[in-house]
Design a protein around this ligand. Structure first.
Ligand code: SF4
Ligand code: SF4
Length: 109
């Protein structure tokens, strides 16, 4: 058999999936690195071919539609809002890692 102890392997796997589900619910915070908006526009976004990013992303990686989106989502009583729900693209995201590093260095310096 490929695995010495199949039962133990299945237990480990269940534990892993449980952990992954738990972690998925708790997305890490958004640090405004802009990476997501430079890859795929969100529901409210619009792709700009020339800039190769969402039309509404500002130079300092902020969403210029922020107020509009927050107002709209409040008006329809949306439970899970787009902003404040954490980072949707944290895995192997070089821009987020860079931003986190900058934040850390600013705190230390
Ligand atoms: S609308 Fe705002 S949050 Fe959505 S992709 Fe564009 S810049 Fe990002
Ligand atoms: S990739 Fe994550 S941290 Fe960066 S702007 Fe998007 S949600 Fe925020």
């Amino acid at each position: 058999m490929f695995f010495d102890n199949e039962e133990e392997f299945v237990d480990d796997l269940e534990e892993l999936f449980e952990k992954m589900n738990m972690e998925e619910e708790k997305c890490p915070e958004c640090v405004q690195c802009g990476y997501c908006c430079k890859h795929t526009p969100c529901y409210y976004g619009k792709w700009n071919e020339e800039k190769n990013q969402c039309e509404y992303l500002t130079e300092d990686n902020k969403c210029s539609k922020y107020n509009e989106i927050v107002e709209y989502e409040n008006s329809i009583n949306l439970k899970i809002k787009m902003f404040g729900s954490g980072c949707c693209l944290n895995y192997l995201n070089p821009d987020r890692l860079k931003k986190l590093n900058e934040i850390k260095n600013n705190k230390e310096g």
